[in-house]
Design a protein around this ligand. Structure first.
Ligand SMILES: NC(=O)c1ccc[n+]([C@@H]2O[C@H](COP(=O)([O-])OP(=O)(O)OC[C@H]3O[C@@H](n4cnc5c(N)ncnc54)[C@H](OP(=O)(O)O)[C@@H]3O)[C@@H](O)[C@H]2O)c1
Length: 297
């Protein structure tokens, strides 16, 4: 069986290491990046390193909703199944910036892109799951989600008030977890699972937007304390490929083990509210609607 994996942020860091390991298994791997030259280089490198010819690249800037729609269209046109979607691409932005859609960039890229790509590909995951009984969504979050201690600030999701990078980042990462829990609930009884993970502290290009003192401090800390991208990718690979987690859904993992996520992430009403707001912000139809009884509301 030729399993198909779609991995965002697969041109660097944790996503690249995840894609490379999965490519070694001989599966069809579709790498999503935003830079065509970089995508082609990585595709060629993987083909020659892994002797797997079924490696493909798709280009999209995932902070742009039009490009996410195009990406989903391209995937539908070129492929006929999707076994595993790994939402991994993310960023950390020292200055407040807005996406082409006028949305704060961290929220747009780190949360709304996960939400939107999942919504636009859920039909294909469902179709594959109906044949195999095992389609999966894997979302990459972070332990930084714990900084969001006082609940989700629904009145300032775009961090207009006193922006700082960690404030926006931690909001996006708790959103990854809440999205996954809500998604998993909506997928109950369906052949698609959804789980979320933290990769640990990983030496990647993640803080490339830092400059001056912050850059120096980050580089020094990363040099001594961070793990390699290959180690950081292990939990993503585990959730995407292992039989151990077949059929398991709605869980948060670290080091390939179950971990409790923060209290904020567990707030059921906030998970549902975030889902509804994400639909509004992306213009998607509700792709997994639930009746009131099923959610317990
Ligand atoms: N590194 C850590 O310590 C750490 C810790 C906890 C969680 N995480 C999470 O792990 C995930 C991956 O991070 P990483 O450390 O591997 O980062 P990274 O080395 O910076 O790689 C990020 C990947 O995402 C892509 N990307 C960035 N912005 C994009 C955009 N607008 N559109 C499309 N692709 C885009 C990058 O493409 P280019 O190659 O073109 O730059 C790259 O392939 C993120 O979700 C992050 O929050 C990382």
């Amino acid at each position: 069986m030729d399993r198909h994996y779609l991995i965002t942020g697969a041109t660097d860091g944790i996503g690249k290491a995840t894609a490379q390991a999965i490519a070694k298994s001989g599966a069809t791997v579709v790498l999503v990046g935003r830079n065509p030259d970089k995508i082609n280089t990585v595709v060629d490198q993987f083909k020659s390193d892994t002797y797997n010819k079924n490696i493909h690249g798709l280009c999209a800037d995932l902070s742009s909703q039009a490009q996410i729609r195009q990406l989903a269209d391209d995937y539908h046109t070129q492929f006929n199944r999707l076994d595993v979607l790994i939402n991994n691409a993310g960023g950390y932005f020292y200055q407040r910036q807005e996406s082409v859609d006028g949305i704060e960039l961290t929220f747009a890229l780190n949360h709304l892109a996960y939400f939107m790509l999942t919504g636009l590909l859920i039909d294909m995951l469902m179709m594959t799951g109906q044949t195999t009984g095992d389609a999966r969504i894997v979302n990459v979050s972070s332990e930084a989600h714990r900084y969001k201690r006082k609940g989700i600030p629904f009145d300032d999701l775009q961090t207009i008030n006193k922006y700082n990078a960690m404030k926006a980042y931690s909001l996006s990462k708790v959103a990854n977890i809440m999205f996954t829990y809500e998604l998993a609930r909506r997928l109950e009884g369906k052949p698609v699972t959804a789980n979320v993970l933290h990769p640990g502290f990983v030496r990647t290009g993640f803080t490339r937007n830092a400059h001056g003192v912050s850059q120096t401090i980050f580089s020094m800390i990363a040099r001594f304390f961070a793990q390699s991208a290959e180690n950081g990718a292990k939990t993503s690979i585990y959730l995407a490929t292992s039989d151990d987690v077949r059929g398991q859904s709605g869980q948060y993992y670290g080091k390939s083990k179950l971990v409790d996520s923060s209290e904020t992430s567990l707030e059921l009403e906030a998970q549902q509210r975030l889902w509804d707001i994400s639909l509004q912000m992306t213009g998607l139809e509700d792709f997994l609607s639930v009746d009131a009884d099923a959610t317990g509301v």
